[in-house]
Write a protein that binds this ligand. Sequence first.
Ligand code: NBY
Length: 797
Amino acid sequence: MNSMIDLSAEALRVRVTQHLTYTLGKDKPHASLHDWRMAVSYSVRDLIIEPWFAATRKTYEAQGKRVYYLSMEFLIGRILADAMMNLGLLEAVKDVLDSEGVSIADVVEDEPDAALGNGGLGRLAACFLESMSTLQCPAYGYGIRYEHGLFRQKFENGRQVELPEDWLNQPHPWEFERPEARYTIRFKGHVGIVDGRPVWHPSETVFARAYDMPVVGWQGKWANTLRLWGAHPTELFDLERFNSGDHTAAAEPEALARTLSRVLYPEDTTDSGKELRLKQEYFLTSAALQDILRRFLSEYDDLALLPEKIAIQMNDTHPALAGPELMRLLIDDHGLDWDLAKRIAAGCLNYTNHTLLPEALEKWSTWLMGRVLPRHMQIIERIDQEHQSVTQCTADLGIVRHDQVEMGTLAFVMASHVNGVSALHTQLMKETVFAGLNRLYPARIVNQTNGVTPRRWLRLSNPALSSVLTQTIGPGWEDDLGRLADLGKHETDRDLRDRIGVAKRQNKVALSNWASDQLGISLDPDAMFDVQIKRMHEYKRQLLNVFETIARWSAIRANPQGDWTPRVKIFGGKAAPGYFVAKEIVHFINDVANTINNDPVTGDLLKVVYPANYNVSMAQRLIPAADLSEQISTAGKEASGTGNMKFTMNGALTIGTLDGANVEIREHVGAENFFLFGMTASEVQDRYQVDAHARQAILSSQPLQDILQMVVEGRFSPGDADRYNGLVNSTWNHDPFLVASDFDSYLACQAEVDRAYADPDHWNRLALRNIAGSGFFSSDRTIRGYMADIWGAESLP
Ligand code: NBY
């Protein structure tokens, strides 16, 4: 491997030993796994510093455009293995550790996941950072240094229980605290007028302090910075209260300030309208913009140049206060007039939309916004007035409607470009939620289909397949993923198809061993591994999958000697703590698993596994071992999906609807290599108009009637037959995501999947075609698209 880092194993050993000795203060005989991990992490981190400095230097020299990616979430997962891989150090580190009798796998596993995100949106931001570094695009990620990332999930009697996650309760070797990079963030108070200009007199302040992490790209040529903000009190301690004996109250200002970066909100769609969340969003946005302006003004003195030198990407509406905040800074702090400030702000800002679900579109009451951010409320109102008068639009296209600030409209109006995340989603944006705004601002909406980094999601997580790929098409596909298409030329090579099958089996054996260790369940690696991993959501239709599982179970029981294709159904995902129905579905899956796994009749023909606490690291384990990828959302509801792309790259076949990026995946891998079922987005719209659509569908499907009957009889909840009455009742009478209407189509399609799997060589051929067609879904392609169409940014050589 042509690593950029030229380092002998001996030199590496010296570095690790030095850190163990002088940074950790341990000698080898007493070093714990944690000590080894820290020593290795510091040694690897040291090697990123040079490319990191070099990248900064080159960016200054070139006076190139900088990209700022603002996101409330960066779901980065583990860092060490990814950094070692990108630096080409995996082998060398393994050798050093081996000779010390330490397993590199154990060291890697010792690292906690940085779970600073909920799901796809946060993981996308993490893939983008890695691709921007790989492409040598000068960029910063800005986010929040949550002390507690996404909650840890456990199951108690099948029910989800949330535990606090505590990843920072140990030293974090990848961050550099920057006490000098500190900004005051203001809240509340009132706005007065001084010399005819508005002046904000805030009544609360906190400091935002920077913590930097280098993000190194493929082959260590470049590293960008992920700058996370931690909240700190502006007054440390109330000594007066302390001296008067009220010790708890004395610590209150500090505790209050720190809550701003304490926890990640676990709602992955509906925003809860909470004041603390609004403050967090402003905390991130204001700190980022103050930092951006400070850096800009250290190099240039004309603020009018801002749009030429920087591009800001708002990851969903969560940082949409960037519009009003940038204007406030330009006007109130830098003395620009309104019109110029607005032109500058609009020239810098761009907005990515990730959902069309109406309940997920962020809104803040004008009352709350006016109380927490009085100056911003004024600015928003004036932006709205101008937007409405310039476009002559009707009030329903305004930013403030029914005493609420519509953040999607605010972001749209203030952005140069607004993008969707798959071709279908962008089309639907134009036709539905943003149809009106699209008419007022034509050509503002563009598409950038999501992608994922093939370094983490293929090379790192699937070494078995990666070596088959390199043997077949040669090295270098990792940063030129389109080259996977070359596999197509070798489709007729039986030996290659076999080796793809062997690599998959190896991953399945590894997963089976893990399942046996961790879950105490034994899996047959020759069964089909059928995987649905994602946040628990009605629109993602885990329920459809469970219903099919039950149908399969019944069918096998009715004819245990039949020619069945053995399956392992694997589920993974967390439900938002306040999302009652999603939590019910979690419970239901566990109950169904319990019943089926203990049935001697079906035995190894059907198993259901639902490991608790699905996260990035678990995804890296499950995806390479998957045969079948479940992408079964109601058409029109999943903006893109990114897990779907990871599975395809790893040679899993997809069973899916024409939703989000599934549409493009199917185009790229070929329709005959994709298991399609269900209604299209437009058929879905029509179906909602049909009276009692669910009842009709159920009455015409004997299998579905039987399933619902078994559920109400308590087959999966012995002694508590009523447990799932709510779910069953809702399926009959509401079925908001058309599980019933798509059920028969799904069942038939699953039967087709069984037939295909029964011929292993045929299946391997389909897998090969999926891998070959997945090159488009590298986040490098996506980032090139953003650079060219949205940011006007260039790679620096
Ligand atoms: O973004 C996901 C989409 O559902 C998925 O289709 C897409 O592929 C992915 C990347 O574009 N959206 C998502 O993950 N959203 C969230 O996690 C999220 C988090 C917080 C809030 C809303 C949505 N919030 O309102 O706080």
